[in-house]
Design a protein around this ligand. Sequence first.
Ligand code: NAD
Length: 274
Amino acid sequence: SKVPPIILNNGVEMPQLGFGVWQIPDDEAEQAVTTALEAGYRSVDTAAVYGNEKGTGKALGASGIAREDLFVTTKLWNNDQGYDSTLRAFDTSLAKLGLDYVDLYLIHWPMPAKDKYVDTYKAFEKLLADGRVKSIGVSNFFPEHLDRLIEATSVIPAVNQIELHPHLQQLASREYHAEQGIATEAWSPLGQGKGLLEVPAIVAIAQKHGRTPAQIVLRWHIQLGNVVIPKSVTPSRIKENIEVFDFSLDTEDIAAISALNEDRRIGLDPATVN
Ligand code: NAD
């Protein structure tokens, strides 16, 4: 495969780079995911709330790629948190995807004020025990949410998927994840393409390596050890974004990009999503 795996804390292999499908309408998802699979992607990141599990599933089913060679992530939406509602929502996602298991199931947001993520995660543990998901994890959790979850449940999350890019480097979360053996997965790894890809330091490193700014940012994530899930609907960009395993950034490049941290979010603040 083009994309090397990382080993999750349960021994499962996860491709370090996958295809994100947020904001791709259901009727365009089949084409976009098909293009990604043809380019060599084997991991796809969707969510119930994206409304494109059907289109994503169609592409997976039509691809002819063996199920065990695919890695499919979906996420439980906020209003389905709670034990029984989680089990029902999972059935719905699985049916839409047309699969009999998913590789990774994530709690989309902690919603701390609702305080349901422990019960929700207990349903995840049941799905794991029943073999309907191969790994379970969370998204947008702060270390304090993970502390509470780990204290109250038995399975340490395999993954925490958080907003992470050169302008928001999440040092505290990354350190906490490393201590706990939780893989850090970066959402909006390209900063949604807004401005980040024109930052002079990144453009200069791109010129030095004969690569694009997007490839430089993705390579920075890879060398940090992050899982990345860049999104695009443009075939040339879909292809470009996976071509990041045949070159390396040197120490100075990494340092120059790491110096761009501004602790600045583009997306929502997990503390206030409820
Ligand atoms: P991203 O950082 O992947 O940026 C995508 C945008 O960057 C594209 O729409 C395009 O405008 C631009 N782009 C992509 N490739 C490019 C290239 N090669 N050259 C120039 N511009 C390029 O942003 P994203 O879609 O927000 O994040 C990726 C994935 O992360 C999502 O699709 C989704 O799967 C996941 N995500 C998860 C959460 C969560 O709460 N868990 C939130 C947001 C996103």
